[in-house]
Design a protein around this ligand. Structure first.
Ligand code: NAD
Ligand code: DAU
Length: 342
């Protein structure tokens, strides 16, 4: 049977990796990619798959019902069972601290517009891609499980928690077939260089300072983006409707340890490390208990950090032109606001 997947935000970091993975693992699936091409969305990310049969791009905004309707019309025209994987979001914590309103608009309102259209079009499965940040911050021990109460601390994570609750309400009220995934920090190809890992690779490669917030002892659980995409596919195909699935890398690292590893891999001096003013409300530690998805769907990360970090660094070295292009224009203005002239 044919299957059409409406992907939102497929020109961004994780979304484009997901579309690439679908082309490889599910070549028979048809894909409609709805993306507003904000500063974080880049059609160049889709070049390797754009010309394949069964790939469609719709330029549109998830907060605009007419745009969402156009994407559904495209998907319906392709035929077969219809599902939705929802990545589109404002995704950067620091930007949400500068201004929260765009986060509420896209992440909260946009998700509701998409849910309404998905119900009208009798979508068979809806996967809402959320984040471990909705659980708030951990102390030195413990892990987030799917039962951990929501306690978001930034405008970004609060807007994601809002969208999670709207998905939950659609399941509860309308019997809508949706799952929510909550994953930890991704890294890999095509990540916009405002996020810490590509930012430090880009800066270190050019011998520029690496801004480390506060004492640098904040801990994140790093997950290779391909592993995340495979987990989402497992949830799309076999996840139980109404369930939440945590996705993590079993790979906790303090920011300073990560920076030192990147500098060592690039043969750059530790003197590039520059401590800067901390992020307000900075969550101290995230760590994921991913035993539910392992138990129910048999997913566990395939890539170790020892292999995927050098692979990621190589990718950025081989895509210097891509990096140059995404760092031009709007991103430069944002960088100046966030770090001054650093
Ligand atoms: P990203 O910022 O790289 O990409 C977001 C994409 O959404 C872009 O292509 C952008 O153009 C598009 N978009 C933004 N607003 C839109 C709108 N109103 N209408 C249509 N398209 C719009 O984000 P990412 O890092 O790939 O994250 C994807 C999803 O995964 C997000 O929902 C994010 O909250 C979640 N997530 C990300 C991470 C991570 O480490 N990057 C971890 C956990 C969860
Ligand atoms: O945990 C999942 C989340 O991971 C996702 O939901 C978000 O979309 C994604 O952006 C990411 O959020 P973080 O805030 O953890 O990622 P970021 O790359 O911005 O920062 C990672 C850590 O590095 C964090 O402790 C802040 C720190 N940092 C970040 C930047 C940009 C620095 O020390 N210096 C920096 O310049």
């Amino acid at each position: 049977m044919t299957h059409t997947i409406l992907v939102t935000g497929g020109a961004g970091f994780i979304g484009s990796n997901f579309v690439h993975m679908l082309a490889e693992l599910r070549p028979e699936a048809r894909v409609v990619n709805l993306d507003a091409l904000t500063y974080a969305g880049n059609l160049e990310n889709l070049e390797p798959v754009a010309k394949l049969p069964g790939q469609r791009f719709v330029h549109g905004d998830i907060t605009v019902p007419e745009d969402v309707e156009r994407a559904f019309a495209e998907a319906r025209a392709l035929g077969g069972a219809l599902s939705v994987v929802h990545f589109a979001a404002e995704s950067h914590v620091d930007r949400s601290i500068q201004s929260g309103a765009p986060f509420v608009t896209t992440n909260v309102l946009g998700t509701q517009v998409l849910l309404d259209a998905s119900r009208r079009h009798a979508v068979q499965k809806f996967v809402h891609v959320s984040t471990d940040e909705v659980y708030g911050s951990l102390g030195e021990t413990g892990f987030f499980t799917e039962e951990t109460p929501l306690a978001p601390n930034s405008p970004y994570s609060a807007s994601k928690a809002g969208s999670d609750l709207l998905v939950r309400a659609a399941v509860h009220t309308h019997g809508f077939q949706a799952c929510i995934t909550r994953c930890s920090n991704n890294y890999g190809p095509y990540q916009f260089p405002e996020k810490f890992l590509p930012l430090m690779i880009a800066n270190a490669s050019e011998g520029r300072p690496i801004p480390v917030y506060g004492d640098g002892l904040y801990v994140r659980d790093w997950l290779y983006v391909r592993d995340h995409c495979e987990a989402i596919l497992a949830v799309l195909e076999r996840g139980r409707a109404g369930e939440v699935y945590n996705i993590g890398g079993n790979n906790e690292l303090a920011n300073l340890v990560l920076v030192r590893q990147v500098l060592a891999a690039l043969g750059k001096p530790e003197s590039l490390i520059t401590f800067v003013k901390d992020r307000p409300g900075h969550d101290r530690r995230y760590a994921i208990d991913a035993s539910k998805i392992r138990r129910e769907l048999g997913w566990t990360p395939r890539f170790t950090f020892a292999e995927a970090l050098p692979e990621t660094i190589r990718w950025y070295a081989q895509h210097a032109g891509w990096l140059q292009r995404v760092r031009s224009g709007a991103y430069r203005d944002y960088y100046a606001r966030q770090y001054g002239s650093a």
